[in-house]
Design a protein around this ligand. Structure first.
Ligand code: FE
Ligand code: FE
Ligand code: MG
Length: 165
């Protein structure tokens, strides 16, 4: 990136790039977990749940794009091989072996909770030190908080639907 653009940063750029690459790996894994989850999901409110999963998959892909663009701007290289995703991920990958809607929702809620933690940590790091990255990460964090809330709402509706009293 431009020399002045790096000069104004009040932090260790390489450390920030590493954190952002780990988040980038998380986003690709989250993308696939949602995308394949939407294909295999079964059970009550399958269509509503699948629509939510597809929407979230698209958001995760957009997050990956935002992170990669900023990594390049910072003078870094976005993680180049999918083989590295599993090695550097913070939040891991939960494969939807059990296609039951509640199980898939729970797996993805756990992923979102991890993502919220990760982005909150990056936000603290760049706060008052790199306003451009701050804006990008804040936008992503805002989406992850909405994702968690949306998934918990679908899960709650399914549980209410199954209530017997
Ligand atoms: Fe995301
Ligand atoms: Fe998300
Ligand atoms: Mg949503």
């Amino acid at each position: 990136m431009g020399t002045k653009g790096v000069e104004i940063l009040g932090l260790d750029v390489n450390e920030l790039i590493e954190m952002m690459n780990k988040a980038l790996a998380d986003e690709w894994l989250a993308y696939y977990q949602y995308w394949v989850g939407a294909k295999v999901i079964k059970g009550p409110m399958r269509e509503a749940a699948a629509a939510e999963l597809i929407e979230h998959a698209n958001d995760e892909l957009r997050h990956a794009d935002m992170l990669a663009n900023r990594i390049v701007q910072l003078g870094g290289t976005p993680v180049l091989s999918p083989h590295e995703w599993e090695e550097i991920t913070n939040c891991g990958y939960a494969s939807p072996e059990d296609p039951f809607v509640k199980k898939i929702l729970e797996q993805n809620i756990e992923g979102e909770q991890c993502a919220i933690q990760v982005y909150n940590t990056i936000l603290e790091k760049v706060k008052d030190k790199d306003p451009v990255t701050y804006e990008i990460v804040l936008e992503i964090l805002t989406d992850e908080i909405e994702h968690e809330d949306d998934l918990q709402a679908v899960l709650e509706d399914i549980e209410l639907m199954q209530r017997r009293d």
